[in-house]
Each structure stands twice: as C-alpha cells, then as structure tokens.
Ligand binder design. Structure first.
Ligand code: SF4
Length: 511
C-alpha cells in the first residue's frame, strides 16, 4: 500500500485545524485594518488575530469546535478507495487522540459521544477519480455554530425586509443577503458563504459547501455569478452586522456561488455559511508512496506569516482602562450595575455548561451550587496528563440553543453570569431582568486566547455526557467579555439585528 498516506492525512488534519490558510488570513487582516482598535469590533478582531497566531505557534486548534471533517479525495484510476477510506478514518481518530480535533461525533439516538470522531456519517469522505497521476485530498473543518446558520430557500419566497424573492438572479441576491443578515453573530462573523443556485435540496447544500473550497480571492468564471458575488460582498458589508454581531464594517469575507440544473418545479437557493475560522487546506500526494508532494491553498510547508507583532499577541486582551473586574461568585448588586457595552474581566470559578447540561438541569439539581456562578457556554478540547486535566482550547459556543432553558436555570439556581456568543432571545432577556443576571459575549472561535485565561481545571461533573458536554469547573483569571444583554432589558443583539434589518430594507432592487 502507500506507506506515507496515514502520516500525510494526520499532517493535513493537524495543519487544517491549527493554521488558517493565507487567503483567510489576508481577509481577516483587511477586516482588522478597517476597524478602530478601541471599538468592540476592533477589540474582537484583535483577539481573533491573536488567537490565529497563538494556534499556529502552539499547533493547537484555532477553535474548540473542530467541526465536521469533510474530505474531498481525487484518485487516479486503479487506486484502492476502500483502503484509503480506512486510513483517513484512522488518521481522524489519531488526530483526535492528539487533541487536534475535539471528539465531535455523537450518536443521534443515545446522545453518546464516540470519543474518536468516528461513527455513522463521521467523517464525511467523498471520492472522485481523475486522470492525473497523483492523489489530491482537500479537507474542510466546519463547526456547528456556522453550520446551524446555513439556510435553504425555495423560490419564490417572501423575505423579511427584502420582499419577494423571485426565480431569477435578483431573487438569489436577496436570499444570500437575507442569510447573512439572519446569521448575525451566531456563526462567528465575519464569515463567508458558499451558495448553490438550483439542484435539489440535497445536491444544493452539497454544492454550496463545495464552493467553500474556492479561495476567497478568486473570480467566478461565470460572469453572471461573478457579478452577484461582487454585489453581495459590497451590500453585505454595508449591513453593519460586524464582527461577532457587535456592529462594524466587515460582516462577510467571501461569497462564492455555483449553479446546478434544477427540476422545472423547484428553485432552491442553498447557503452554506462558514465562520472566520475558515479551516480549509489540501495536499497532493505521490500515488505510489502517499507522501505529500505539495500543499494546496498555501506556499509549501513554510510557517505562516503572523497576523500581528508578537508583542501585541503577548500583551493579551487590548485594554482601554475602562474594563470592570469581577470575582466569582458575583452578587446581584454587582450585576445590576452593569450595562450593555461594558467590558468585564472575570476571575475565579467558572462552570461550563452547554446543551446536555442545560437539559439535565431542567430535571435535576446541579452537581455543585450555582449561586452567584458564572456559566460558560463552552465545550472545550481537553487532555489528561499525569492525572491532571488541561484545557487545550476553550472558546464560546452559540448560546441561542439554550434559549428554551436559560431563564429558568437563572431563576432556579441563582446563576448571575452567562457567557457565550451570538446572543440570546427575549425569554432570556426577560429572565436576566427578573433574576438579576447578565449575558456576556466572548469572542467566538478564540479558543486559544481563552484557554490562556484558564489557570487550572479544578474538577469535572457529568462526564457521562462526553468531554465537550460535561460540566468543567475552571479557575480563570481576567477572562474578558462584553456585556451584550444586561439586567435592565437592553440587548445589543436585538439592536444590531433591528438596525441591520433597516439597512437591508434600503438596499435597492437590481435589474
Ligand atoms: S469560530 Fe464559531 S462558528 Fe466557527 S467553529 Fe468556532 S465556534 Fe463554531
């Protein structure tokens, strides 16, 4: 067989998870250059840039959600695809063991995490034959937060703020803008969209995701689609959704559109949204040895150009002097004094809790007292060495999934601070007011940055839910986040969504 194939796949997975490709780095550098450093958007982009450099330098996951591994493989005639599929699966399990991928494969019936990213449908591997003599493997790691913001439209359709989207390219433009507006900060904006016009529901989503294998700076060979891509980039960035939905100048870093033939009765527009942590790489390999002969999307295997001066990375959170320090447990009076826009630095004990923990707490008492506690929506990447747990990556997960539970948990258990990303809805906003709580938005995807704010892991509860879903007891120091929903009924997320919706309504129809 191919003696180097397995190692090549581990190298591809590792680099994809830890080192953003140059086209994405360039897009994020441009976004950073457009924002004032002291604004919320500027601070968020600085943290993102720090995180990108930190991930590359320690070979740690850029984001703790290492996503659904999706491989696109091209092989010459006669290649043994059965053996290669097995080797790719083994490489995914090895990368998981090494902490380069988070265990992300969950049995949909039992909720059990397989622990090694293997299971029915995980990873996704597509094979194609081609006439070239070598093997090509492309990989994209697309996380759940951005996957959940994907959208599929069946035209004609009535869209908020945009009116009717008809079965033409103007309708397509409206659908894409609507999807970007709807995503707000939930998919860790600024993001990129892959779009498919046509196909059926299944092939449409697949083709939309395949568009994400194009580089952000390429030009669509179809001039009609190139025109729409350019228009959408311009208009989406006038929406002022901004980084993390904080409001700002950059909401979208790429728009890539493909088209498939459709049935006469169907007209789907499928939008695959990817976050700023746009992890996509590829390799070409010698078909007789499996050794890597070249990398795709980057120049060789040379180290990446840093995003920032190392001194800026080492300085940590870009402070303005107006930050408010809080030590957990936190009192109601402290919470009531906070308002939307405040930047806080949290120290002390913090508990993680996401989907499984929230569902559990609706029926069971918490394993520890949560009076005055900080609850972090986070599923970290962890490893155990010499009997001690270490957090390798720990950014926030999308909070809106906990909307059905959060208000009740605040009231029942006395939680004072909820940290996550993307914001929450009216039920939680009312609960924060009623119970005296606050919602803090951390910078989504900044998993290396936040891991460095964690001094130690004190304990873990509910491990039966798997490592991402367990309740981790963390000791943190100066963990920075922004108040985006306060205890007085104010929500930055609601305000930005309303303001960007009003702008959306002003975008003129195009002939
Ligand atoms: S950057 Fe945000 S949306 Fe992307 S994988 Fe990470 S948490 Fe999910």
């Amino acid at each position: 067989m191919l003696p180097g194939f397995f190692d090549s796949m581990v190298a591809l997975i590792t680099r994809t998870s830890t080192d953003l490709p140059p086209d994405v780095r360039a897009a994020m550098a441009s976004a950073l250059a457009t924002e004032e450093p002291s604004t919320r958007a500027g601070q968020a982009l600085t943290v993102i840039a720090q995180n990108i450099d930190q991930a590359e330098s320690c070979e740690g996951p850029i984001c703790q959600d290492t996503g659904m591994p999706t491989f696109e493989v091209k092989v010459p005639l006669g290649a043994n695809q059965i053996w290669m599929r097995h080797q790719i699966r083994e490489a995914v399990a090895e990368a998981t063991r090494l902490g380069k991928l988070r265990p992300n494969s969950v049995d949909s019936i039992t909720g059990e995490n397989s622990g090694n990213n293997l299971g029915p449908g995980t990873p996704i591997i597509h094979f194609d034959q081609w006439e070239a003599p070598e093997i090509e493997v492309k990989l994209i790691l697309k996380g759940g937060g951005c996957e959940n913001t994907n959208a599929q439209y069946s035209l004609p359709s009535e869209l908020d703020h945009l009116g009717r989207a008809d079965r033409n390219l103007e309708g397509v433009r409206k659908c894409i803008l609507h999807a970007v507006w709807k995503a707000q900060g939930k998919g860790c904006s600024p993001g990129a969209v892959g779009v498919c016009v046509g196909g059926d529901r299944t092939s449409g989503y697949l083709h939309a995701k395949e568009q994400l294998f194009r580089t952000l700076d390429d030009t669509n060979p179809d001039p009609r689609l190139a025109e729409i891509e350019s228009v959408v980039m311009d208009e989406a960035n006038r929406l002022t959704v901004g980084p993390m939905g904080f409001s700002g100048k950059t909401s979208l870093i790429g728009c890539k559109i493909g088209a498939l033939n459709r049935l006469p009765a169907s007209f789907f527009v499928s939008v695959a949204y990817d976050c700023w942590a746009f992890r996509r790489l590829g390799v070409r390999m010698d078909a007789t040895t499996g050794a890597i002969t070249s990398w795709l999307y980057r120049e060789g295997s040379a180290p990446s150009q840093p995003m920032l001066d190392p001194a800026v990375v080492a300085a940590g959170f870009p402070r303005t002097g107006r930050e408010i320090s809080l030590e957990a447990p936190i009192s109601e009076a402290q919470i009531r004094s906070l308002k939307v826009g405040d930047v806080v630095l949290i120290s002390g004990r913090m508990f993680t809790g996401r989907d499984a923990v929230h569902a559990h707490l609706m029926k069971h008492e918490p394993p520890v007292s949560l009076q005055g506690a900080v609850l972090y929506h986070c599923g970290p990447v962890v490893s155990k060495a010499d009997g001690a747990w270490k957090v390798l990556a720990a950014g926030p997960t999308t909070s809106i999934r906990e909307e059905p539970y959060q208000a009740e948990i605040l009231e029942r258990y006395g939680v004072r601070v909820v940290i996550g990303k993307g914001g929450m809805g009216p039920k939680t906003l009312a609960g924060l007011k009623e119970s005296g709580g606050v919602y803090l938005n951390a910078v989504g995807g900044a998993a290396q940055f936040y891991a460095r704010c964690i001094e130690r892991v004190d304990d873990v509860s509910l491990m039966e839910f798997g490592t991402p879903e367990a309740m981790w007891h963390l000791q943190v120091r100066d963990f920075p986040a922004i108040v985006t929903m306060d205890s007085h009924g104010n929500s930055l997320h609601r305000d930005v969504e309303d303001a960007s919706g009003r702008i959306l309504a002003t975008l003129l129809p195009r002939p």
